[in-house]
Design a protein around this ligand. Sequence first.
Ligand SMILES: O=C[C@H](O)COP(=O)(O)O
Length: 295
Amino acid sequence: MGVARCAAVRASVARTTVSRREGRSSAQAPAVRRRCVAVNAGTGKFIVGGNWKCNGTAASVKDLVKALNAGKIDADVDVYVAPPFVFIPRVQAELNSEKYAIAAQNCWVSEGGAFTGEVSAEMLVDANIPWVILGHSERRALCGETSEFVGEKVKYALSKGLKVALCIGETLDQRESGKTMDVCYAQLKAVNDVITAADWDNVVIAYEPVWAIGTGKVATPDQAQDVHAGIRKWCASNISPEVASKIRIQYGGSVNASNCDELATKEDIDGFLVGGASLIGDAFVTICNSAKNSK
Ligand SMILES: O=C[C@H](O)COP(=O)(O)O
């Protein structure tokens, strides 16, 4: 994992906090304040998301929550889980909120209204749901969401105070024709075109090669690292070096309890977005703790 990088971000956060406690001259204060605001979502911690997708029953969710509550999660990890909408109130009531935050799997692109089947960002905020996953490849492929539409959704969700897990990634054809980075950059650009550099503080990027999702074909640690490093470089050139150094980049695609430790050793892998294995309580807890295990 980016253990050293994450530790550096955390140290920087701690230094800033100490500086604020000790007090600074009025000339220094604005810069310090900006920096504190800027790190509110980029905590420097490893971050793992569990995307339950369209899975579960009342009974299976109850069992999963029980297993997650029983798991010990390393304090240096941020975790969110994204249940199907109908189960969110139940999960909010029963899941240990000190260990797990709640995410939605989607939200609408604008204010609510006559949009049958959709859920608005305002509703998520009103329901105390802090995170939303946007741009997942399944929504891009199955629901026809273009990169520009995803960009607008990210913009609107951020404007309402949500934190966003932005999914990007290439198909197998695109990888085999050498277009992996171009695809990722275009997906990032569509978002960057409509949000500000400061907005990125509330975004986590999830690199999910489509060919690895739900297929059991995990990207090798080197394949994932190469793309993550490219994404970070793109962020440095197109957003800012500061955003690039602190933005967290999750890997997603057939992550499980057996392959997570090795992936987590990579410098630019700052966490995971997990599908199938997030439905298995003890496997998900193992994945959440992989940064610690791989130190
Ligand atoms: O959102 C999660 C990803 O689509 C990964 O799913 P997976 O772990 O089942 O491959």
